[in-house]
Design a protein around this ligand. Structure first.
Ligand code: CUA
Length: 377
């Protein structure tokens, strides 16, 4: 009696563990759903084709799984050992069976092969099926942030962290790196392509729905590989043209006293201009030859962006309010809630081993720099 009770208790506990594990994993997976971009929610023809292929292969794999596991379970139950059972019938060398389990899997694999080749050809045809003209963008992988050079806009523009494209336009990206191998991936729009030093890959895609889609680096590229994300921002053609004409302009000279002081910090001795370019300040244009020697992102329109250094932090002017007291000293109302403040205070503490070296700035200096950066819209 006692043994039965202990066994029952064990069984209850085992089911308890199994159920809680299932519950935990579904909670974890649900948590992924919100913030992670999914290939199963495609927003353009390339990702669409890729997700169709995924579903096809999943169906084939499910059929194989059900057949194999079904036969396995049937055999385990039907042919289990019973007392005084004779040796079961031996099927070794049965030609029918040998041929069946050679041809069966081949048929499934052939179906997957055909579907894959069909998808590859369709992806190659995407340029024929895209109505609006092609935009060419050189994507440069840095350790650890993304640079986007619009090479066939007139004039050329350069941005970082945010890749802004018009809806429905074929985008031709040229993928370039001068350091290590990265990999460019926007799950909802296009698959992964490696960004290899000395070997420029390229990639065509189109995004059909306006919105913001997260992009990732998907090849391990050093300590901060996980902090090398970007946003693909898809705009309607008219919103895109408004954005583009804003980006083409040189930076405006600020008038607000705090921002003027911030600009002086940027251009002063030991200032940010040693690594960062701003058109109209230390660069004559985006294609100024001086730009080639700058290791940091181009900041000409930093105020229009919302993420910092490969999305290690987000920021927005609303949470970085600059206030000036009666004696003219600028400060940030809530430094802890301002990503840009945290970044300028200690960029290497936030993102170890990144290239941004900065002297210790006072809270006032940080507020002045933020006022200036916010003015660069
Ligand atoms: Cu760049 Cu991983």
């Amino acid at each position: 009696m006692r043994t039965v009770r202990i066994l029952k208790k064990h069984r209850v506990r085992r089911w308890g563990i199994v159920l809680s594990a299932m519950l935990m994993s579904s909670i974890l997976l649900a948590a992924c759903g919100e913030s992670s971009p999914s290939i199963l929610n495609p927003q353009g023809p390339v990702a669409n084709q890729e997700s169709n292929l995924f579903w096809f292969i999943l169906i084939v794999a499910t059929i194989v799984f059900v057949i194999v596991e079904g036969l396995l379970i049937y055999s385990i139950v039907r042919f289990r050992e019973r007392p005084n059972m004779p040796l079961p019938r031996q099927v070794h060398g049965n030609n029918t069976l040998e041929i069946a389990w050679t041809i069966g899997p081949s048929v499934f694999l052939f179906a997957v092969l055909i579907a894959t080749i069909y998808t590859m050809f369709n992806l190659g045809n995407i340029s024929n099926n895209s109505p609006i003209g092609q935009l060419e963008i050189r994507v440069v992988g840095h350790q650890w942030w993304w640079e986007f050079d619009y090479t066939n806009t007139n004039p050329q523009i350069i941005t970082a962290d945010e890749l802004v494209v018009p809806q429905g336009t074929l985008i031709h990206t040229l993928l370039k790196s001068d350091n290590v191998i990265h990999s460019f991936w926007v799950p909802q729009v296009t698959g992964k392509t490696d960004v290899v030093p000395g070997h420029n890959n390229d990639k065509l895609f189109r995004a059909d729905t306006p919105g913001t889609y997260r992009g990732l680096c998907t090849e391990y590229c050093g300590l901060n590989h996980a902090h090398m994300s970007f946003n693909l921002i898809v705009k309607t053609p008219s919103d895109y043209m408004t954005w583009l004409s804003g980006q083409e302009k040189a930076a405006q000279t600020p008038t607000d006293p705090a921002a003027v002081a911030g600009m002086k910090l940027f251009t002063g001795s030991g200032g940010c201009f040693a690594c960062h370019g701003i058109v109209g300040v230390n660069l004559n244009s985006y294609t100024d030859p001086k730009a080639a020697g700058l290791v940091g992102p181009n900041l000409t329109h930093f105020g229009s962006r919302r993420i910092i250094a490969g999305e290690v932090l987000e920021w927005d002017p609303g949470s970085c309010k600059v206030v000036t007291d009666s004696s003219g000293n600028a400060s940030i109302q809530n430094p802890d809630g301002c990503g840009l403040y945290q970044w300028l205070k200690d960029p290497r503490g936030i993102k170890p081993e990144n290239d941004m070296v900065i002297r210790q700035l006072s809270p006032t200096e940080i507020a002045q720099l933020i006022a200036y950066l916010e003015s660069l819209t």
